[in-house]
Design a protein around this ligand. Structure first.
Ligand SMILES: [Zn+2]
Length: 447
């Protein structure tokens, strides 16, 4: 593993942005140099005969190596990278959230320090990390904060994330603040990510009518209506500002429908959904051990799930991402009688590519282009990594995923950390043969 970034990938079906084609790929110094029938004696060779070659997948929504609420997340950069690379994911986006009274710049420094430390330890142990990138979440908006935001956008941070909920966690931003900050970020050429669940709707739920010992109450505490109302508000802000806005983890068919209507007139809004909203329904919450499936937005009823799958297959979502937010079993179980004490979030990185291939009914020349758009190209475009990443073309980073057509069936493994498996019992035939970052093999399937 490792290497000098010089490699020749022969005989694969290469997934370009609009079509697939059988061609060799020559990679020099980590960059894609040329295509065609190439003869090159000095380069390491991968024979991709009978395989598709995708641009490395990008999971643009993961929570890693950070404290959320009372708990430290189960996955660090290195544990998340391990399961990502095995599943063809080459880039992970993490979130840096302003907290503890720190400025956003201070928070960024702390996060980068941790990341550098993990990189060093991983290198010492001979482990590979994904390419890691960050979204920033400011939560206060004083004059100084605004200067920080402008500075950070100026040095290349392109994506800023906001929450329309989580007042108690201290990360809530009001629609008024959001409108204002969006107009500032628009001028800085940034993209705004928004978690849409309307805080007032959630706070107006009459909890005296709920049995808070039951996990299914989580779905009632955060009703579909909250997401739909917030999406409607954000779309009206989008219409006024014409800023680039990306709505994360859409879980309701009605919310997705509103976005689709909006996009008949405007092109400044993109959206994502996650495998859990396409493959799991709220029956998981109602069953014994349902607290393991508490995440926000919550899992929805089956009729919504099947509608969402239909919308996904019709191209309503630009991106599939996981919202990976893994808590250890003991932390997930550490509540007494009130399910509001259960930390919100599910592991999913290792499940992403397998489940999305299943959604599309497997791998062929058509589905390959559709999938590549949503797992590679669109995430790169939205986050500003394109065209260095997210696409196979001359001059791009050689972040590549070599997939066989049909592997043996194996269990889906969302994370290797000590967590409950989100997709327990679910299998995949996804056959990742090689994963490369900048022309270096960082994962190779054992024979
Ligand atoms: Zn998230």
């Amino acid at each position: 593993m490792g290497g000098n970034g010089n490699i020749l990938i022969k005989n694969g079906i290469v997934v370009f942005e609009k079509e697939t084609a059988k061609t060799d790929i020559l990679v020099q110094n980590g960059i894609i140099k040329s295509f065609g029938k190439i003869k090159e004696d000095d380069f390491e060779i991968i024979d991709a005969d009978g395989c598709y070659v995708f641009p490395g997948f990008i999971d643009m929504h993961t929570h890693l190596d950070d404290t959320i609420g009372k708990y430290y997340l189960a996955d660090t950069y290195d544990s998340a990278s391990e399961v990502a690379l095995e599943n063809g994911i080459t880039t992970l986006f993490n979130f840096i959230t302003q907290k503890n009274g720190n400025t956003l710049i201070k928070e960024l420094e702390l996060a980068l320090e941790k990341y550098e430390y993990r990189k060093k330890t991983a290198a010492n142990e001979g482990k590979e990390l994904c390419s890691i990138a960050f979204h920033l979440t400011p939560v206060t908006f004083t004059e100084n904060d605004r200067e920080d935001i402008a500075y950070l956008a100026g040095i290349g941070f392109r994506t800023f994330k906001f929450y329309t909920t989580y007042k108690n966690a201290g990360i809530y931003t009001s629609y008024d603040d959001l409108s204002e900050i969006i107009s500032i970020l628009k001028d800085l050429d940034a993209t705004i990510l928004v978690h849409c669940e309307d805080n007032d709707t959630i706070e107006s739920v009459d909890i005296t009518k709920l049995n808070l010992t039951k996990s299914i109450s989580h779905a009632l505490l955060r009703p579909a209506e909250a997401e739909i109302i917030a999406i409607r508000k954000i779309l009206s802000i989008a219409e006024k500002s014409l800023a680039r806005i990306h709505i994360v983890h859409v879980s309701t068919a009605e919310g997705a429908g509103l976005i689709n209507e909006y996009r008949k007139k405007y092109d400044n809004v993109t959206c994502e959904t996650c495998p859990q909203y396409l493959f799991l329904n709220e029956d998981k919450l109602a069953a014994p051990g349902g607290h393991r499936f508490i995440c926000s937005p919550p899992l929805r009823p089956e009729d919504n799930v099947s509608k969402l799958r239909g919308l996904a297959l019709n191209g309503h979502f630009d991106v599939f991402a996981t919202d990976h937010c893994a808590f250890r079993k003991k932390d997930k179980d550490n509540f007494f009688a009130d399910i509001r004490d259960v930390p919100n979030g599910l592991p999913g990185i290792g499940a992403l590519s397998g489940l999305i291939f299943e959604l599309y009914g497997g791998l062929n020349e058509q589905t390959a282009v559709e999938i590549s758009g949503r797992l590679s190209t669109n995430p790169a475009v939205i986050t500003g990594l394109y065209p260095m990443k997210g696409v196979i073309q001359e001059g791009s980073d050689a972040d590549l995923t070599v997939l066989g057509f049909d592997g043996e069936e194996k269990d889906i493994v969302s994370t290797k950390s000590f967590c409950y498996e989100t997709y327990f019992g679910k299998k995949t035939k996804l056959d990742v043969r090689y994963t490369l970052i900048k022309g270096n093999v960082v994962f190779e399937k054992s024979k």
